[in-house]
Structure formats: structure tokens, C-alpha cells
Design a protein around this ligand. Structure first.
Ligand SMILES: [Zn+2]
Length: 304
């Protein structure tokens, strides 16, 4: 049984911490994430992008996540990340996700309002909550590509939330998707975040805030990865965002780099071992460590 995402985030809003949203693609990633949540007694949101669904199939990911949720003592929610295809959104609502995101950030304002409203109506009928996005988070994430960051307008955000009835809102305050986020130092516009919080009562979501941990990048590079130029958001900036009202933080890139680093290290160190279980176990363990590190920064420990 999945937890209700809206309830998790309302609780986080009151407690001034953020719940981690972690993208899943396979069983090892799900197990690694949920193990961290258990170890830390933290609530957790598992998320599938349209790309992940294309790779593994929604039914497979749903069942893996559902099994993890029923075996775990902490609240586990299942969320559709960056839904743009109405068919996929409808399927997620039907199968019983905890929440879906409708990403209309690439649409003109009025069309974004109209489409988000439509998704809200469908989802709420089944008790499923809806994340919407206003402004554009830059960078590349699976099938979602935006070259520019358009910062969220606080006045428009208020109007958007009131008219659509969305349950939480993804805002653009300077983060960017992917591993190649910034040329200079990443700084988030906390003044803008404060303005949005004044105008909008629903919990706010931060995308594109992976840390891209230096030690794990170094580990991946040591065993052959070519990651020159990768750069994430410093923990200090993420902590500031959480203190100022961010309640859900999406993480994908950090997990990918961890998985990659662990697999590379194993294959290089044990060239004679070809057992997939031996190859993937260290990846699963490193995912747990990375998720624990994120949960520390988000402040969600012992909140489950
Ligand atoms: Zn995103």
C-alpha cells in the first residue's frame, strides 16, 4: 500500500523538512532507496519518468515499488515524474500511483492551466494528488529538454495554483536537470523562493538539485567514466531551500552516477566474475549510501 504523497508533503511543510523523490528504473535501485529510508526511518517517494516506463514498463515498476512499499515500515509513495503524455498519465491514475506530475512548463500559461486542471480533475476523483510546474527548469532529463531557465513568477504562481487546484508546485529558482548543470557556482534564488512561499500555500518542489557528489564522480572516473564538467548543487544551497519552504526534492542524476561508479569499480577489480548478482550488489549498496546522504540534507530522518 502506497502512502499519500499530498499528506507526506503537508507534514513536511509543517515540520520544515523535505521528502526525497528518487527516480527508479529497476529492482536494485528500488531496493537501494527503500533500504536507506528504512535505515533512516524516513518517508520516501519513488518516481518513474516516462523514460523509465518506456524502459521497464509501468506494470513492472509499479509491482516492484508496491512490493517494496508493503515490506517497508516507513511510508513509501509512488509518483509519475514529468508526465507529458496524457495516455501515460491516465494509465498511472488507473493503476493506482500515489501522485502524478503534469509537466506543462513548455506550454503557454493558459494552456498549462487548462491541461493541469484536466489532470487534477481526473486524479482527484481517485484520491491521487497532482504536481504541476510553472517556470522552466533547464537542462536535460530523459525526454524533457529545456535550454533556458525561466524563473517562476510569484504572482502568476498564485493564480496558477488557485485556478488549477494542483496539490504541489514545481518551481524554477535556478536549478537545472542533469549532471552538467552549471558553468560557474550554482546559487539558488532564495529571495524569489520566499516571494513564492508568501503567495502560494501548497508545498513546493525542487527539481534538478542533485549534488553530483565529488567522491563518487572521482570513483567513476578512476574506473573509466568520462564525466568532465559535471557539477551539481552544493548541499548548503539545498539546505537553504528546505529552510525556506521546499518540501519535495527530486533526485535522479546522483543515483545514476552512483550506480555507474559501483558497476565500473566491480568489473575492473573482478574481471573474472560475471555473476550479475555480484556485479549489481555494490551498486545497490552505493545507492543506499547516496540516498542516506540526501536524506540528511533534506532533514527527513526519523520523520517516517
Ligand atoms: Zn524534473
Amino acid at each position: 500500500m502506497f502512502a499519500n504523497t499530498k499528506n507526506l508533503l503537508k507534514k513536511a511543510q509543517r515540520g520544515k523538512y523535505a521528502v526525497g523523490h528518487f527516480n527508479i528504473n529497476n529492482m536494485e535501485i528500488v531496493q537501494g532507496i527503500v533500504q536507506a529510508a528504512q535505515n533512516f526511518k524516513s518517508p520516501v517517494i519513488l518516481a518513474t519518468s516516462e523514460g523509465a516506463i518506456k524502459y521497464a514498463g509501468m506494470n513492472f515498476l509499479y509491482e516492484i515499488a508496491n512490493t517494496a512499499a508493503s515490506l517497508s515500515k516507513v511510508p513509501v509513495a509512488l509518483h509519475l515524474d514529468h508526465g507529458r503524455d496524457m495516455k501515460v498519465i491516465k494509465q498511472a491514475i488507473k493503476i493506482g500511483y500515489s501522485s502524478v506530475m503534469f509537466d506543462g512548463s513548455n506550454l503557454p500559461f493558459e494552456k498549462n492551466v487548462r491541461m493541469t486542471k484536466k489532470v487534477v480533475r481526473m486524479a482527484h476523483k481517485k484520491g491521487i494528488s497532482v504536481e504541476a510546474e510553472l517556470g522552466t527548469i533547464g537542462g536535460v532529463e530523459d525526454t524533457v529538454i529545456s535550454r533556458n531557465i525561466v524563473y517562476t513568477d510569484p504572482i502568476k504562481a498564485q493564480e496558477f495554483v488557485e485556478r488549477t487546484g494542483c496539490d504541489f508546485l514545481a518551481v524554477a529558482i535556478g536549478t537545472s536537470h542533469g549532471a552538467y548543470k552549471f558553468k560557474g557556482n550554482a546559487t539558488l534564488d532564495i529571495t524569489l523562493l520566499k516571494e513564492i512561499v508568501k503567495n502560494v500555500t501548497v508545498p513546493l518542489v525542487l527539481h534538478g538539485a542533485s549534488e553530483v557528489p565529488h567522491d563518487i564522480v572521482k570513483m567513476a572516473e578512476k574506473y573509466g567514466a568520462q564525466l568532465k564538467g559535471v557539477k551539481g548543487v552544493p548541499d548548503s544551497e539545498v539546505r537553504k531551500a528546505v529552510r525556506n519552504g521546499i518540501c519535495k526534492i527530486n533526485t535522479d542524476t546522483d543515483l545514476r552516477i552512483a550506480f555507474d561508479a559501483a558497476v565500473r569499480q566491480f568489473l575492473k577489480k573482478k574481471p573474472k566474475d560475471f555473476d550479475p548478482r555480484h556485479i549489481l550488489s555494490p551498486a545497490r549498496d552505493l545507492i543506499t549510501k547516496v540516498v542516506e546522504d540526501r536524506m540528511k540534507v533534506f532533514g527527513s530522518k526519523k520523520r517516517g
